[in-house]
Ligand binder design. Structure first.
Ligand SMILES: CC(=O)N[C@H]1[C@@H](OP(=O)(O)OP(=O)(O)OC[C@H]2O[C@@H](n3ccc(=O)[nH]c3=O)[C@H](O)[C@@H]2O)O[C@H](CO)[C@@H](O)[C@@H]1O
Ligand SMILES: C=C(OP(=O)(O)O)C(=O)O
Length: 427
């Protein structure tokens, strides 16, 4: 297993390219199941999760090709073609490694009338049930059965009729599954209290490019008129707002100045507002976001919330930044029940953080020190790297396979802006 060795203290400066969004790509890829025509995605990030999802897609008979010959630098172009679905079963072995695999349920059901998908199970950040995915699909007319660790979903012989569902709480994944199932339904569907995350907008835009009829895109009420058939399309995956926010925190904690090339300022408004409140200068430009930390960092109170609120996927990284901010900060995590796994590791680096239930109280310290730490999940891993960049001495981050799920060429990008970071084989 690899580990990262980071020597802290370098001020980050320069241009940092932002990749395609993992969480968008993971819902755009299964859209290829909805049509027999080729769907080409541009700007796909090179990530373990994307490779894993593409592997899952081959299970259903989806063919992949890379059109043209271009160097695979940042961002890939991949065409998927599901001329014929050869299986509608997603087995445990492929699903357990990646929770987002549940996103094949809606499209498989819509295209073939049946889908059998392994229950994904919990993960480090929380329990993460899928009850809302199933309730929404039932409301659209599916029959659902749970047996032997699998979800078996079936549509009536004539296809899903479509229907109405109001989510009791906002769920990104369940909204995505419902939208992907509704686009090929016989009738019209209405999804209330839908998630409004930019990744959902990206999903709807691809589906519209494929011929879907969706109203209310970007709002919490989606009305979807089912169509008989969807067509092929070519679509560019949006920039990763969480990757961009993570690197903004990394630059800020070093007192640095970076240009996040390709980032979309509007989509990361809540993060940029938090950074500004902390005392970091952030300017959204047409082709990216400029970040400059030029003065003392101030403690703030932050609470995560569904979009347009502050993303839970940014909580750990902002907490790292706040360990060096003056005064006391209070962070409240409202989305996942166990998303403070980074706290004990940050404490090992000298941070002063107390957790009580959903709240973390962070008292700024003058100095963080390098230590051997363990990554526990994707964003927790990034928070340790952010702290390491500002810590005195050397930090070793183990279990970095979590990072490879969501940060494309992390050490290359950070080195590009001056970080002293190296990936070595673990002993
Ligand atoms: C691949 C992907 O896009 N992952 C993102 C997606 O995850 P994901 O789609 O899994 O997250 P959800 O929005 O569904 O989860 C929000 C909350 O709803 C709960 N819930 C969800 C579904 C359900 O059927 N029942 C239920 O109770 C969850 O446990 C959680 O407490 O949105 C999260 C919230 O922004 C992000 O942190 C993840 O990075
Ligand atoms: C929690 C995350 O991802 P996933 O839903 O894929 O586990 C994340 O991206 O921070």
């Amino acid at each position: 297993m690899d580990k990262l060795i980071i020597k802290g203290g370098n001020r980050l400066s320069g241009t940092l390219p932002i990749s395609g969004a993992k969480n968008s790509a993971l819902t755009l890829i299964p859209c290829a199941l909805l049509t027999e025509e080729p769907v080409t995605l541009r700007n796909l990030p090179r990530l373990a999760d994307i490779d894993g999802f593409q592997h899952l897609m081959t299970q259903f008979g989806v063919a992949h090709s890379i059109p043209g010959k271009r160097p695979e630098e940042f961002g890939r172009v991949v065409t998927q073609e599901a001329t014929r679905i050869t299986s509608n079963v997603a087995p445990y072995d492929l699903v357990r490694k990646m929770r987002a695999s549940i996103l094949v349920l809606g499209p498989l059901l819509a295209r073939t009338g049946e889908a059998t998908v392994s229950l994904p199970g919990g993960c480090a950040i929380g329990n993460r049930p899928i009850d809302l995915h199933l309730k929404a699909l039932e409301a659209l007319g599916a029959e659902i059965e749970l047996a032997e660790g699998y979800v078996k979903a079936r549509a009536p012989a004539a296809g899903l009729p479509g229907g109405e569902y109001d989510f009791p709480i906002v769920s990104v994944g369940a909204t995505e599954n419902a939208v992907m199932a509704a686009v090929l339904a016989k009738g019209t569907s209405r999804i209330g209290n839908a998630a409004r995350e930019p990744e959902i907008v990206d999903l709807c835009r691809l589906l519209v490019a494929m011929g879907a009829k969706i109203e209310g895109i970007g709002s919490s009420e989606l009305v979807i008129r089912g169509v008989k058939k969807l067509y092929g399309a070519t679509y560019k995956v949006m920039a990763d707002r969480i990757e961009a926010g993570s690197y903004a925190c990394a630059a800020a904690i070093t007192g640095g100045e970076v240009f996040l090339e390709g980032a979309n300022g509007e989509e990361m408004d809540a993060t940029t507002n938090a950074l500004r409140a902390i005392g970091v200068e952030v300017e959204a430009q047409e082709d990216g976001v400029h970040v400059r930390a030029n003065g003392p960092l101030k403690g703030v109170d932050l609470s995560t919330a569904p979009y347009p609120g502050l993303a839970t996927d940014m909580q750990a990284q902002l907490m790292s930044l706040l360990t060096k901010a003056g005064g006391t900060s209070v962070l409240t995590e409202t989305i996942f029940e166990n998303r403070y796994m980074h706290v004990p590791e940050l404490r090992r680096m000298g941070a002063d953080i107390e957790v009580s239930g959903r709240t973390a109280i962070v008292k700024g310290v003058d100095r963080l020190t390098g230590a051997e730490v363990m990554a526990t999940d994707l964003r927790a891993s990034m928070s340790l790297i952010i702290a390491a960049l500002a810590a005195a001495g050397e930090t070793q981050v183990r279990r970095i396979y979590h990072l490879d799920r969501g940060y494309e060429r992390l050490e290359e990008k950070l080195a590009l802006v001056g970080a002293d970071i190296e990936r070595v084989g673990d002993d």
